[in-house]
Design a protein around this ligand. Structure first.
Ligand SMILES: [Fe+2]
Length: 333
């Protein structure tokens, strides 16, 4: 039996890069509809943050031929933890070496998941300081709540699609100290279909779901946090009114108890708006909860919302050839 590596060497999900073939459309969605603020531009990238995000940026939008996840950044709990986790990733054969970092991000250690999702660990980050006109009298808040759109407070979590869920779960547990809070198992084949993982008290900061198309290394969704379920209903109204395709919700998953609204931003990436905090996990020895795929309706949606089989379990970014049409209205496919 292997000795578990120290827990809590990763603090949280710090930043994500989304690739978009429609940079202007994606920018409109994140800044006008979601009220995120631009903090920098560099060549084909725009850096954005929610009003309670702690750092220089939480989202980097980069123009690309196809939608997808560019990079996902995890902040460690110390400089020493960064060195230890980098060594663990090298031992696992997943390390890709040190980088000079990025705007607002110091040196990072790059690595890949078994499917090739690009990630990095970072300790040194630029904490956000608002200019005088954006300083909030609510001192626990890094900047004033924007007046435009319906702004989420911060980046929340990521959901990856993978060709082998168990391989990803074991890598995140063993090399990085994630705890698996919940999982879904197809007991007819003893296959893990999905896992929900966390490095802190959140019910999940990352999910990994089986890509039923067999494709490797795709993004299912990136989620931003409202913490107020009514905001998901308000966001659904705005999406209807301003032409953003809603995939599912608002409703609440039984898994994680997360209040969800899934939409597709103009670049084609699936975005979740997260209307509560879901179940929080304080137990250091919490045992993984197992859902049976054969009895799964409550796990999917407590209120009975449909997660469309033609998109939810097969569409990811980059889209497979021909999948772009899944985002068109049914009458136009
Ligand atoms: Fe999610």
């Amino acid at each position: 039996m292997t000795t578990p590596l120290p827990r809590f060497e990763l603090a949280h999900l710090a930043h994500a890069e989304l690739l978009t073939p429609d940079l202007e459309g994606s920018l409109w969605f994140f800044t006008e509809l979601l009220g995120m603020r631009e903090t920098a531009r560099d060549r084909d990238s725009v850096y954005l943050r929610c009003y309670e995000d702690p750092y220089h940026h939480s989202l980097k939008l980069t123009a690309a031929d196809q939608a997808g996840l560019g990079m996902l950044g995890w902040r460690t709990t110390s400089a020493e933890a960064l060195e230890r986790r980098a060594a663990a990733l090298d031992t696992a054969g997943l390390g890709r070496g040190w980088t000079k970092g990025d705007l607002g991000v110091g040196r990072t250690f790059a690595f890949e998941t078994p499917d090739g999702h690009a990630m990095e660990l970072v300790w040194e980050v630029e904490k956000y300081t608002a200019p005088p006109e954006l300083r909030s009298p609510i001192l626990t808040r890094r900047s004033k709540r924007p007046l435009q759109g319906l702004p989420p407070r911060r980046l929340d979590h990521v959901n990856l699609m993978a060709s082998d869920v168990t391989a990803h779960k074991e890598m995140f547990e063993q090399a990085l100290g994630f705890g698996t809070r919940e999982r879904v198992v197809d007991f007819t084949t003893d296959t893990e279909i999905g896992v929900w993982l966390s490095v802190n008290i959140l019910g999940h900061e990352m999910a990994v779901m089986l890509d039923q198309t067999g494709t490797r290394g795709r993004l299912h969704h990136l989620a931003f946090w409202y913490g107020v379920p009514q905001h998901n209903t308000d966001a659904a109204e705005l999406c209807r009114e301003y032409g953003i395709r809603i995939e599912a919700g608002p409703d609440v998953h039984g898994i994680t108890q997360g209040a969800f609204l899934y939409v597709f931003e103009p670049g084609g990436n699936r975005i979740e708006l997260f209307g509560n905090s879901g179940i929080l996990q304080f137990e250091p020895d919490h045992e993984t909860v197992t859902w049976d795929l054969a009895d799964f309706d409550t796990g999917l949606a407590i209120g009975g919302a449909t997660l469309p089989a033609e998109t939810y379990f097969v569409y990811g970014t980059p889209a497979n050839p021909g999948q772009e049409k899944l985002l068109l209205p049914a009458s136009a496919r």
